[in-house]
Ligand binder design. Structure first.
Ligand SMILES: O=C(O)[C@@H](CO)OP(=O)(O)O
Length: 248
């Protein structure tokens, strides 16, 4: 018996397009992002990977991606659960900043530490910043981070994975998680048991479903899962890795 999990990063967002650090800022999808989400849903339908339940973050780029994809797959009717625990990694004081400018100002090494190191968070955001979420009603009663490293995301995702997602998988449902580059990297690290060095090299493309078949112990039958469009996924992941490199 295997259990089926589908990970879907949101389609291109407004700040993916303008090359800005995003984190918990609730930016919309671009037109291209909507098209990517719909295409992701078409792939699900075409390959007969039909979710029975969907989990999303509390951010509109993931929520809308799930809706467009599920609509395209004719599964808009399935139950949905949302949690801040699936939100993007909080990018602290970098939220809203231009990636190329930060790279130029602080250098390649620091830029990559902030983007892809496991344990080092970016500098804390000022809670009064226009890009902070401390007064956002959707997080009322929950701790809003000032900045997160990927390690912090693993810590907040793991209990949700165990208490909410694993039981749905074990009941035989195909589970879709529509979330973000770094919250999905946290899940991939956990599932595949990747080292800090290995996960640093993993980049998740926008809008392409990544399917994992899991064994009884929730371990991937095929390590790293399978993208429904592997070629487009490789190109998309390379583009994410290269963000911030282009000189302005
Ligand atoms: O800005 C962000 O929140 C993330 C995802 O878009 O960026 P990065 O890939 O640089 O971690």
């Amino acid at each position: 018996m295997t259990y089926r999990l589908v990970l879907l990063r949101h389609g291109q967002s407004a700040w993916n397009k303008t090359n800005q650090f995003t984190g918990w800022v609730d930016v919309p999808l671009t037109e291209q992002g909507v098209a990517e989400a719909k295409h992701g849903g078409e792939l699900l339908k075409e390959k007969n990977v039909l979710p029975d339940i969907v989990f999303t973050s509390l951010l509109r780029r993931a929520i809308n991606t799930a809706n467009y994809a599920l609509d395209a797959a004719d599964r808009l009717w399935i139950p949905v659960k949302r949690s801040w625990r699936l939100n993007e990694r909080h990018y602290g004081a970098l939220q809203g900043k231009d990636k190329s400018q930060i790279r130029e100002e602080y250098g390649d090494e620091q830029f990559m530490v902030w983007r892809r190191s496991y344990g080092t968070p970016p500098p804390d955001i000022n809670p009064d910043s226009e890009f902070a979420q401390n007064h956002d009603p959707r997080y009322a009663g929950e701790p809003v981070p000032e900045a997160e490293a990927l390690a912090n995301v693993v810590t907040r995702v793991t209990p949700y994975w165990e208490s909410e997602i694993v039981p749905e998988l074990k009941s035989g449902k195909t589970v879709l998680i529509a979330a973000h580059g770094n919250s999905l990297r946290a899940i991939v690290k956990m599932l595949d048991g990747l080292s800090e060095e290995e996960i640093a090299k993993v980049n998740i493309p926008t809008g392409i479903p990544l399917v994992y078949d899991l064994d009884e112990n929730m371990k991937p039958v095929k390590p790293r899962g399978e993208y429904l469009d592997p070629e487009a996924a490789a190109a998309g992941a390379a583009a994410v890795a290269a963000q911030g490199q282009a000189k302005k």
